[in-house]
Write a protein that binds this ligand. Structure first.
Ligand code: 0R9
Length: 634
């Protein structure tokens, strides 16, 4: 050997450093690190497909959930021995640490000449690995244990066709939990099939006995179609904008404006999802914004009375961007934000002329897009005005624009009325049917209420559910709060009797405590107590609020001959309206808890601590608070 290079040093070191400090190579030994092993081997198969030699890739998640086989039908790894090292290429690939020890979050291997980088890392971190190569009619095999060859590359028989197969089982002494997630793998494989059009990707999950094939001749256009359908977004134009560029940088882009109110662009760098965006998405936004603005200006389409904001241009925009670059730098806690600064202007200057050209050559489409953009601007202005209205309008003027899903009571505005804030539509339905409609109003909230702790008023009002609640209450908030305008005598939170329900009640209480504190101080806020159990003993029916209550009832009625029949309610929604009325709504039979703040400072600290960060303690918090609340018979 003429030269003693750095490469030879890594050969001498072998794979020990990988086993000593796995985090340096795969980012960590948690779930993400474990799946990183899969992506490394998968990338090598994808490379062979990108080079035009493989058209099929398959991945099998074995029944044990802790081992995987990946194969491709490419040329097969070279099997001949290196003249000086006397090692086969297969052995080198799996035992020599390539490209230093840096955490390489997927490099653009083909162009970067880093082919096969990750295989040795995967090998080092696996208790067993078996590489099989089909080439020139022969099947070759080589096995490894914790990175060490168990023997030389051997002929194992004859073979038809060509290709490479890698089986590996991650080392449980390295990874605390070796359990692959089928959904994570499936998602990645599907994305591979969109990003690399034409490649047939098969996923077999042995424990489900299921096999799925992903294959998309139209690549990102197919992906976009799927996303638009999934999101139930109505396209503004039929034909999407499609842009493909072979190099400098290599990129694929599809865009389609829809009637959806948000923007949804997915981006990938070298096939790796960049969920937190980064410099490439910035470049896309810049180029896109300029192209649309230029089009609007050159064609004299600027709207009167509104100025277009950049977010107006992207409202309803749905798209996918896939980019390939040499040395991606990923940032952020989950390494899913691209940080290469040079990429922004590269994408900007690639997208802008292409999109402008497309708009100018598709005038009908362009006009639909411009109309959509102007609509977004007008809606934004209108909604800002509406938000001001929410806090300004009074209950008594009667001009209040009440939320559509509020089932108001006929007596709204009187002291003897009640607003029930109910979790979920189905529960809302039962409550609506079971209530006394002259005095009881129902406002159903969809899904989980957001955690408002630490949020500004403006941010809170962006949430439709909470804005609706404020509108229904009619008393305004912040500087405009006026208790005399409250449209109901009582505000009652009605949530399921289980821990999910408690969680929702806690979130609502946090909102009220932080943003409408005078409501609580004024004694207007209550918790309804729906039963968790129905207990039939003989001819008598009892309702129990919780397990303790149930046990007490059973004890006090336990002497009779009748056998008790116990039903546990899964949620308010499955309760008959009449039952809900009797147990929870009727002022004659129900019991309400009035929400009171006994010690302002303690409450403040507790809410801040529990709602701010520590999720685990929240459940305890609401249970304790419910106990502290004063019990009332109303
Ligand atoms: C199942 C996962 N697939 C692979 O890991 C895989 C690696 C690989 C490969 C070649 C072909 N198919 C492959 N599948 C290959 C590459 C080259 C020449 N012949 C075959 C080449 O890059 O010149 N290789 C990846 C690295 C190597 N081969 C090499 F370094 F050994 F050449």
């Amino acid at each position: 050997m003429s030269n003693y290079t750095a490469k030879d040093i890594t050969v001498l070191e072998g794979l020990e450093p990988v086993r000593k400090r796995p985090g340096m190579y795969i980012g960590g030994v948690g779930t993400a690190g474990l799946h990183h092993l899969v992506w490394e081997i998968l990338d090598n198969a994808v490379d062979e497909a990108m080079n035009g030699f493989a058209s099929n890739i398959s991945l099998t998640l074995h029944r044990d959930g802790s081992s995987i086989t990946i194969s491709d039908d490419g040329r097969g790894m070279p099997v001949d021995k290196h003249p000086t090292t006397k090692k086969s290429a297969v052995e080198v690939i799996f035992t020599v640490l390539h490209a230093g020890g840096k955490f390489e979050h997927g490099s653009y291997k083909t162009a970067g000449g880093l082919h096969g980088v990750g295989a040795s890392v995967v090998n080092a971190l696996s208790t067993e690995l078996l590489a099989s190569v089909k080439r020139e009619g022969t099947l070759w095999e080589m096995g490894f244990k914790r990175g060490q060859p168990t023997g030389p590359l051997k002929k194992a028989g004859s073979a038809r066709g060509t290709g490479t197969t890698v089986f590996f089982r991650p080392d449980p002494t390295i990874f605390p939990k070796v359990e692959f997630e089928a959904a994570t793998i499936r998602e990645r494989l599907e994305v591979v099939s969109y990003i690399h059009k034409g490649v047939r990707v098969t996923f077999e999950n042995e424990s489900e006995g299921a096999k799925e094939v992903f294959h998309h001749e139209e690549g990102l256009s197919d992906y976009l179609r799927k996303i638009v359908i999934e999101r139930n977004a109505k396209p503004v134009h039929d034909v999407p904008f499609v842009h493909a560029r072979e190099s400098d940088p290599r990129l694929d882009l599809v865009l389609q404006w829809t009637e959806a109110t948000d923007e949804h662009v997915r981006s990938y760098v070298n096939g790796i999802p960049t969920g937190s965006g980064g410099t490439h998405e910035n470049g896309l936004r810049a180029g896109l914004g300029k192209a649309v603005r230029n089009y609007i200006e050159t064609h004299n389409l600027s709207p009167k009375g509104v100025t277009l904001a950049t977010e107006d241009i992207r409202e309803g925009l749905t798209g996918v961007l896939s980019l390939f670059i040499q040395e991606p730098q990923f940032q952020g806690q989950t390494k899913d934000r691209l940080n290469n600064p040079e990429v922004t202007s590269a994408i900007d200057s690639a997208v802008r002329p292409a999109l402008e050209h497309w708009l100018n050559h598709n005038r009908t489409i362009a006009e639909s897009i411009v109309a959509r953009v102007i609509l977004a601007a007008r809606a934004r202005e209108a909604s800002r005005a509406a938000q001001a209205e929410v806090t300004r309008k009074t209950a008594t003027t009667g001009r209040l624009n009440l939320p559509g899903k509020l089932s108001d009571c006929t007596g709204a505005g009187r002291e003897d009325t009640e607003l029930f804030v109910v979790e979920g539509d189905s529960a809302g339905g039962s409550a609506k049917q079971g209530r006394d409609r002259s005095k009881q109003a129902i406002l159903p909230l969809r899904g989980k209420v957001m955690n408002t702790e630490g949020m500004t008023l403006a941010k809170v009002l962006e949430n439709k559910e909470l804005a609706d609640l404020v509108t229904a209450l009619g008393c305004g908030m912040g500087k405009n709060f006026d208790l005399t305008r409250l449209r109901y005598g009582k505000v009652i939170i009605l949530a399921d009797a289980d821990s999910d329900g408690h969680h929702i009640a806690t979130l609502l209480l946090t909102f009220l405590y932080r943003h409408l504190p005078q409501l609580i101080a004024g004694g207007k806020v209550f918790l309804a107590q729906p039963p968790l159990y129905r207990i039939d003993i003989g001819k008598d029916t009892h309702w129990a609020l919780d397990d303790d209550h149930r046990d007490r009832i059973l004890k006090s009625h336990g002497n009779g001959r009748a056998h008790p029949d116990i039903t546990r309610f899964k949620g308010l929604g499955e309760m008959m309206p009449k039952v809900l009325w009797e147990t929870t709504l009727s002022p004659r039979t129900r019991r309400l808890l009035r929400v009171e703040v006994v010690d302002q400072i303690v409450t403040d600290r507790v809410i801040n601590e529990l709602m701010g960060k520590d999720a685990s303690a929240r459940f305890r918090f609401i249970m304790e608070r419910a106990d502290q609340a004063e019990e009332l018979d109303v």
